[in-house]
Design a protein around this ligand. Structure first.
Ligand code: TYD
Ligand code: MG
Length: 468
């Protein structure tokens, strides 16, 4: 489009289509200059306006906004959970299975993920009479699953369906046909979508599958479980690559050679994280461990120096765990600090506090630290027990088996109160501990009904006096 030239007077602003030597409005000479004409509305901004109008119209015509009262949501979700029939599993899920939840179960190959999920399916159909479940395996043959089911004594009652399939679209077809309440896919790394070119197990393929399954869970209201093997080499994408995409992440763990298994909640949009379920792998599958503290307190026939019991808390569950320390004279300029079940840096901090505020000669000693049963300590409340174990090793003085310690150590050497101290104290009492070493600041009401002897400490230096 040809645009007309416009001249404007610098002095009075008068516009004229023709150049003049003298402004016809103000009479000044040589004040007219050529200016670019303003187009009132450019084509592109016109288009933007049209789009806005369209959008506004569509909003008027489209679905009405949808909202509910807060109380209604809470009422609904309270009644909406399905019990898996396995108490340890229900607790780690935050009180049962949410019907449209997408759960990722990670763990090393061979740890027992498929076993757990098969037992869960049994639990689900036995506790919820109206539901059916679908187990899709991309790894094993149907005969292998049937053999495992037989070994576990799982009966289908016509409501457990199995499929050996690796193509996602075909899994969806089965799901739409069966309309199960729960679908398990075992495992993530074996499935592929026909719309993705990448190899099964690649990062983009596992992400594609995970996102499609999330849509399935939410739109169809089906609880989806996805198994993901933890992988050692980088050639196959591990469960970590999709953790952010799912509602709940559980990890199934065990110690080499040991029969117990820990089910940890790493992420949960429907409950607490750090929950812990404890199982034992036996000949007939996984059994629940009612009193896990008994697992983590090693049987001690005779008293040995270097151990102390901590009252830890895993999620909502109190757990008494034995801590072990070994100190030996060190020839190194930088003495060794080796920890298993505890962060290396945490052990260094503890050593520094004990050296400075308790006068323990740790600078000249190597220190090895272990948490029994392959547990991991992430809790500051176990500091006091760790200190006691280290003290005991250095002094070569055993701590009797009926003592328990709980308290956090500050860098200043103060012993501080642990969270939820009452639950921990109650557990210790239940398990028959006779001596409780606790922070001085523990309120008296937390000790109501406690028969054990109470030893209060406000600074770590006082610990030696109590133990000597
Ligand atoms: P599995 O559930 O197949 O592990 P994952 O799915 O995590 O790879 O369990 C494999 C191990 O569990 C296998 O080494 C055998 C053992 N197991 C038992 O000890 N008892 C049992 O009843 C079952 C079914 C398995
Ligand atoms: Mg398996």
């Amino acid at each position: 489009m040809r645009q007309k030239t416009v001249y404007e007077c610098k002095s009075c602003g008068q516009k004229t289509p023709k150049w003049l030597g003298r402004c016809s409005a103000c009479g000044e000479w040589n004040t007219l200059e050529e200016v670019k004409p303003e187009t009132a509305v450019s084509d592109s901004s016109l288009q933007a306006v049209r789009n806005e109008i369209k959008l506004a119209r569509r909003m008027e015509e489209g679905p009405r906004p949808d909202f509910v009262k807060l109380e209604e949501i809470e009422e609904k979700s309270a009644t909406r959970r399905l019990s898996t029939g396995i108490r340890e599993l229900d607790r780690t899920l935050g009180g049962g299975l949410v019907p449209d939840a997408f759960t990722l179960l990670g763990g090393d190959p061979g740890i027992g993920k498929s076993t757990l999920l098969l037992q869960m399916m049994r639990g689900l159909i036995e506790t919820n009479s109206e539901i059916s479940v679908l187990y899709v395996t991309g790894e094993e043959s149907l005969n292998q699953i049937a053999a495992r089911a037989k070994r576990l004594g799982v009966e289908g009652h016509g409501r457990i369906f199995l499929a050996a399939e690796t193509q996602l679209e075909r899994v969806f077809a089965s799901v739409y046909e069966l309309k199960p309440s729960v679908v398990v896919l075992d495992s993530l790394q074996t499935f592929s979508s026909q719309y993705s070119e990448s190899a099964p197990g690649s990062v983009s393929q596992v992400r594609e599958i995970t996102s499609r399954l999330m849509t399935l869970a939410k739109t169809a209201g089906i609880a989806v479980w996805l198994v993901g093997h933890v992988t050692k080499d980088g050639s196959i994408a591990g469960p970590k690559t999709v953790e952010h995409m799912v509602d709940t992440v559980l990890y199934f763990e065990g110690e080499g050679g040991q029969s117990y298994r820990l089910l940890r909640t790493v992420k949960n949009r429907f409950g607490n994280t750090n929950e812990l379920g404890v199982f034992e792998m036996e000949g007939e599958g996984l059994s629940e461990v009612e009193n896990p503290s008994s697992l983590f307190l090693t049987e001690r026939k005779e008293l040995v120096p270097g151990t102390a019991v901590a009252a830890s808390l895993e999620g909502t569950r109190p757990l008494l765990i034995e801590l072990q320390a070994l100190t030996v004279p060190s020839g190194l300029a930088m003495p060794r600090r080796t920890a298993s079940g505890l962060e290396q840096s945490k052990l260094s901090i503890l050593s520094a506090i004990l050296e400075r505020h308790m006068g323990l000669p740790l600078l000249s000693r190597d220190l090895f630290f272990n948490v029994s049963g392959g547990m991991r300590l992430s809790e500051p409340a176990c500091d006091l027990a760790a200190a006691a174990a280290i003290w005991s090793s250095i002094e070569e003085t055993p701590i009797p088996g009926d003592w328990v310690f709980l308290g956090e150590l500050a860098l200043t050497g103060e012993v501080r109160r642990a969270t939820q101290i009452e639950i921990r104290i109650q557990e210790a009492q239940k398990l028959g501990f006779r001596h409780l070493v606790i922070p001085d600041s523990t309120p008296a009401k937390s000790l109501r009904g406690i028969e054990a002897k109470i030893h209060r400490v406000s600074r770590i230096a006082e610990l030696a006096k109590i133990l000597a």
